[in-house]
Design a protein around this ligand. Structure first.
Ligand code: 5GP
Ligand code: MN
Length: 337
């Protein structure tokens, strides 16, 4: 929860109508877009002028979110977005802990902003750029934190179907549909409140998970064919090369969630999913674990990444083959159980 002092600071900042920029992390996911758009609708009801700016484009499975069409994309309109950032009187950063998570290019623009920042986030080790840092790793999603943020400001009466639809989205996607260990009784009570507010919960699940393109299913099939199992390390991994992705005419977001299949096998507690991205010159890696094995620590140590205990990401500047060799080499001196 926020401290009394933080609540007072936020209340003062929001006491009169303001121009407000709201920023999620690069490669936005359900929690990033759900939390920023949920906050957007809340701030509008308070009489402010908010704008959500993402570093790059969002995946297709999130474009149905209420007011998604108002979202600005930094890479597509640098000048316009710089103007919004310079005019902003408050900047909210949501679902990330360090400015570099928006990418170096946009991070530089954020560092030039004079306005006060407010961070709402559930990742470890938050940076200190914000005047209010509402950061707590015990929450399963930033969306759940935005719900508490609204309640703590004493504005829970403003929660409505639109805000709830956005916030429910991130709660669902970041909890693996209510299955991860971060899910609490409170998570379910909030979901229940959202259903009572009239959200179409069943349809939201469909829009998120039963809305795939044919190319995504072909990409999934290839990733499953490519899956390797290393029983001695209770580990599995899979890969998609740029060539494979191109051969299916892939779209952004097509690889979302595929990593989880690697954990769906008996006796496997650690999985990694490697996606080659030739445009960015990197291999993007997703890590997942069951139980006590801390993939956040693992990703930080070996692949310049981070995240949470059971879900983290990282990257490598080496080739796909070299990255996999390195991954396998780390397993021999990693305690996996
Ligand atoms: P995903 O594998 O779904 O991309 O990410 C899983 C979790 O790890 C998310 O919480 C995400 O924010 C975090 N994450 C993904 N990639 C990176 C990265 O390169 N650096 C850091 N610090 N966190 C990451
Ligand atoms: Mn999140």
């Amino acid at each position: 929860m926020m401290t009394r002092e933080d609540i007072d600071t936020v209340k003062q900042l929001l006491a009169s109508p303001k121009k407000i920029a709201i920023i999620p992390h690069r490669n936005p996911d359900g929690d990033a877009m759900g939390s920023t758009l949920g906050l957007y609708h809340f701030l509008k009801l308070l009489g402010h002028e908010p704008v959500v700016i993402t570093a790059n484009e969002s995946p297709d499975f999130l474009t149905w979110l209420p007011s998604f069409d108002t979202v600005k994309v930094y890479e597509k309109d640098v000048e316009g977005c710089n103007k919004i950032l310079q005019d902003a009187q408050i900047v909210f950063t949501l679902d990330f802990n360090t400015l570099s998570r928006v990418g170096d290019f946009m991070a530089e623009a954020l560092r030039r902003v004079q306005a006060p920042f407010i961070m709402i986030d559930h990742h470890q080790a938050p940076d200190t750029y914000a005047v209010v840092t509402f950061s707590d790793t015990s929450y399963g999603s930033t969306c759940e934190m935005v719900y508490h943020f609204i309640q703590q400001l004493g504005e829970g009466h403003l929660l409505n179907k639109t805000i709830a639809t956005c916030l429910y989205t991130g709660i669902v996607t970041d909890s693996g549909s209510f299955r991860y260990r971060s899910v609490t009784g409170t998570t379910h009570r909030i979901a229940a409140e959202f259903i009572d507010l009239g959200i179409d919960n069943s349809n939201i699940h469909s829009l998120l998970f039963d809305n795939h393109s044919h190319s995504r299913i072909q990409i999934l099939a290839r990733a499953l064919q490519n899956m390797k199992v290393l029983p001695a390390y209770k580990t599995s991994y899979s890969t998609l090369s740029q060539e494979e992705l191109n051969s299916f005419g892939h779209n952004k977001g097509d690889t979302e969630g595929i990593v989880n299949y690697g954990l769906s096998m008996k006796d496997i507690v650690f999985t990694a999913f490697f996606t080659e991205n030739k445009d960015e010159g990197i291999v993007k890696i997703s890590f997942r674990s069951k139980g006590g094995f801390d993939v956040n620590a693992y990703a930080r140590e070996h692949f310049s990444g981070g995240g949470h205990v059971n879900a983290a990401g990282g990257k490598s500047n080496e080739s796909l083959e070299a990255t996999i060799q390195k991954f396998i080499a780390t397993l021999a001196h990693t305690k996996i159980d």
